[in-house]
Structure formats: C-alpha cells, structure tokens
Design a protein around this ligand. Structure first.
Ligand SMILES: [Fe+2]
Ligand SMILES: [Fe+2]
Length: 195
C-alpha cells in the first residue's frame, strides 16, 4: 500500500483534532508497513522508502509528539474533570512517547547506515527494533484515538482548539487562518468526517 502524505494545507489547522486523527491514520499505515518489512527482513524496500522513513522518524513524529505534549495534554490537564483521570492517561502516554523516542534514535542510526549504502552491523537487531516500535506505536495511537481525542472534543473550549491549531501550524511554519467559527468536534463527527 502506498504511504500517503499528510495534507497540511492551512485550513486543516482549523480542525486540529481531525488533523491529529489523520496523522494517526498515516502512522498506522506506516506501522503496518514497518511490521511487514521487519517480518520479511526487506532491507531493499527500507532503502526504497529511505527519505520518507527518515523524515517520519526525525521530523514528523517529533512534531506530532510536541503537538500532544506541549499543547494538547497541557490543555486537557486544565480542562478535564477529576472523573476523567486525565493525569493517569497522560502519564501512560508519556511513557509510550519516551519508549518510542528511545527506539527512534537507535533506528535512525541504522537507517543512516543503510541509506549510505553500508551494511548494518546487525540486521536482526534493526528489524526487531522496527517491529517493537511499530507494535508500541499502534497500541498508543489506539489509546489516543479511543480515549484522548474524544475527551478533547468533549472538554476543550473553542479557544483551546483555536490555539492548538495555531500552535501546530506555527510549529510547521504554516500560517493558520483564524476563524471565530471554530467549533470543537464531537467524537461521533470526529471519526465520520475523516476520509
Ligand atoms: Fe502520542
Ligand atoms: Fe498521537
């Protein structure tokens, strides 16, 4: 399956929760591909996807983690109610982010070797790391889609959503169109409107 690009046109930042969801959908596709390549030990396809994977690990995911850690989780801590137990949820996700970041650093080191035409010291180690990274990320994205984003759409204020979109756009050097009509999406419409 071809790996899609994430549509980062400026209007997308008016619905930042949708954009995070769409980013997760792309991450799922990449994770499935990584697990498949790890199972096959297919270094040729890894090299073929080289630039895309390199950007995914060194830019896309770093920005995504920042969107969540710096903005979304901060806003949720403020807006959620005690019964939401958002502190526990975020602690769990922070651990996942830390584990992913650790694996990403090791994977990128090997990826650079492979893209530079050099033999990997231990292909088995590389593919095991890819497999564990993808499995861990799939688990944590599911958790975010099922718990965090629906809660965000319930609890965040329109001003939060607007700020989230603005900050996500600024992080990518994109000017976000400001709209006073920004409305926090409800969970039912959040899933349906993703294409
Ligand atoms: Fe996350
Ligand atoms: Fe995420």
């Amino acid at each position: 399956m071809p790996i899609p690009k994430l549509d980062l046109s400026s209007e997308r930042f008016l619905n930042p929760l949708q954009l995070i969801w769409a980013d997760h959908e792309r991450q799922f596709i990449i994770d499935r591909e990584l697990r498949k390549l790890a199972h096959l030990g297919d270094i040729e396809r890894i090299v073929e996807l080289g630039e895309l994977l390199f950007v995914f690990f060194t830019e896309d995911l770093l920005l995504h983690h920042q969107d969540e850690e710096i903005d979304l989780f901060r806003m949720l801590r403020f807006a959620c109610r005690p019964k939401d137990r958002i502190g526990q949820v975020i602690e769990e996700i922070d651990r996942d982010h830390a584990a992913e970041s650790y694996l990403m650093r090791i994977i990128v080191t090997d990826l650079k070797q492979a893209l530079g035409g050099k033999k990997l010291q231990s292909p088995a180690f590389f593919f095991t790391n890819l497999h564990h990274f993808a499995k861990g990320q799939e688990r944590h994205i599911t958790w975010e889609n099922e718990v965090v984003l629906p809660l965000a759409s319930e609890r965040l204020f329109p001003e939060d959503i607007e700020e989230l979109g603005r900050n996500m756009a600024a992080r990518r050097g994109i000017k976000c169109p400001i709209s006073s009509a920004v409305i926090s999406e409800k969970p039912t419409t959040l899933k349906k409107s993703l294409g």
